[in-house]
Ligand binder design. Structure first.
Ligand code: URA
Length: 464
């Protein structure tokens, strides 16, 4: 049984902050950062605390965000910002070493959580997962799992811990109690062109992950046209920044940079992705999805201290897939959160859109390019994601790809099937036009260089 406790440590004691207030002013801090100077830990904490108490206005926060976007933060400042955001809410502590969390920077068809978490849990890792909803072109883990009726993602912290203790695995939606400063700051970044900033991304991700109390974190950093960070050099910078910050907080970390120049697996859309995940847990998944999931799960097992090497962790992960224990864990996850686990054995129960329209190739050749970002946006257009956060998701719509990059295609062959509702014929006609004219390129020759599925993996131990 995990002994845990919730810490509600605020950033600094009110007394100390009162003293600091005499020395600090938002104006001076903004002036410093706008001139490229380094901020002290206390200045950063004072500023974030002021945002939460209302003493710092939104316009002052956005000015600081823009100054950071332009002039950056060093590793020390990034970790001070992470700390301030982390302690803006509840912070869970799990003293055991084998509590590991995983995070992905997001992509199209990215469903690895549903595969790697049951695998790692079946191998003895405890996984407290808090996941987001989809916004923009990438789908959300929470939305996807809710395509199984009854599955509860809105849990109290108490219930979250209870399920984790019982099943080794729990999956909850984001709560206002965890890193509330991130919610405010992310909202401001979203409308002030300050999302794409490595130290701000680092503090945003790490404050939420650290609050979950794991001893180690596995990060899947996507790169490519459908990713948030499209270039490998940006992905590497984020990996380094996440590693530095994790080590400063005494957490083990594995970062893996993986490809997102095409959807992961063959399915895009909520129900379709859950079905594909279950098939992968049965050992029948697409190669790319299986490989990324198993490598990440192997990393979780290794940094949890349950396998001596990453390779040994991967071996255990493969075994859990083969002997059915990972699938059994997935069933337990569904039952533990009040979902209908009969869906695991009967896919016909899923809400999958009744209309299926193929996208037919107009020529012979090889698939050389997929506009992955647009594919994600097309799914949103059908109702599979949110254009604004109030939108209601249709779990049944989406795509099943029959061809991906490098595959040979014949004229008249189906490249993908669009799953849609009967009243969406016009949208589907537009999608077919977009897919055949620009989103999927078919050329007579294969591309000279194939992009790797996994670019690089790094493991950093906090005690080194
Ligand atoms: N994901 C997050 O949680 N925060 C960011 O800033 C970017 C991606």
């Amino acid at each position: 049984m995990i002994e845990d406790q919730i810490s509600k440590k605020k950033l600094e004691s009110p007394e100390k902050l009162k003293n600091l207030a005499a020395d600090f002013s938002a104006y001076k801090i903004l002036q410093k950062k706008s001139q490229g100077e380094t901020l002290s830990n206390q200045e950063i904490k004072w500023f974030i605390n002021g945002l939460l108490t209302g003493e710092i206005a939104d316009y002052q926060m956005t000015a600081l965000l823009m100054a950071i976007h332009i002039n950056g933060l060093d590793a020390e400042e990034t970790s001070a910002l992470t700390d301030a955001m982390l302690y803006s809410g509840e912070v869970l502590h799990f003293p055991e070493q084998h509590v590991i969390d995983k995070h992905s920077t997001g992509g199209v068809g990215d469903k690895t959580s549903f595969i790697l978490a049951p695998i790692a849990a079946a191998c003895g890792v405890k996984i407290p997962m808090i996941s987001g909803r989809g916004l923009g072109h990438t789908g959300g883990t929470t939305d996807k799992i809710e395509s199984i009726p009854g599955f509860k993602t809105a849990l109290s912290i108490e219930k979250f811990k209870e399920i984790l203790n019982k099943n080794n695995l729990v999956l909850m939606g984001q709560t206002k109690d965890i890193a509330p400063a991130d919610k405010i700051i992310y909202g401001l970044r979203d409308v002030t062109a300050t999302i794409d900033c490595i130290p701000l991304i680092t503090a945003s991700i790490m404050s939420k992950k650290l609050a979950e109390g794991a001893s180690g974190i596995v990060m899947d950093i996507k790169t490519g046209q459908g990713a948030f960070l499209t270039t490998l050099s940006r992905a590497r910078k984020l990996a380094k920044s996440l590693q530095d910050t994790a080590l400063r907080f005494n957490k083990n970390i594995m970062t893996m940079i993986t490809d997102m120049s095409e959807p992961l697996g063959m399915a895009v859309g909520n129900s379709l992705e859950i079905i594909e995940s279950i098939e992968t847990l049965r050992g029948n998944g697409p190669k790319d999805l299986t490989k990324v999931s198993v490598e990440l799960a192997g990393g979780m097992i290794h940094i949890a201290g349950l396998a001596k090497t990453h390779k040994a962790g991967i071996k255990m992960a493969k075994e859990a897939l083969k002997n059915g224990t990972a699938l059994e864990k997935f069933r337990e996850l569904i039952q533990g959160q009040e979902g209908d686990s009969s869906y695991v054995d009967d896919y016909s129960k899923f809400d999958v859109a009744e209309e299926k329209t193929p996208v037919i190739s107009t020529k012979d050749g090889y698939v050389t390019f997929m506009d992955t970002k647009n594919i994600g946006l097309h799914c949103v257009k059908l109702g599979g994601g949110r254009a604004v956060k109030e939108d209601i998701i249709d779990p049944g719509v989406g795509f099943i790809f029959h061809k991906k990059i490098g595959h040979k295609v014949k004229k008249g062959e189906s490249i993908l099937t669009i799953y849609h509702r009967a009243n969406q014929k016009e949208t589907v006609l537009n999608l077919i036009k977009s897919f055949t004219e620009k989103d999927i390129k078919i050329k007579p020759k294969l591309p000279l260089k194939k992009r790797p599925l996994i670019y690089e993996t790094a493991i950093k131990w906090s005690y080194n």
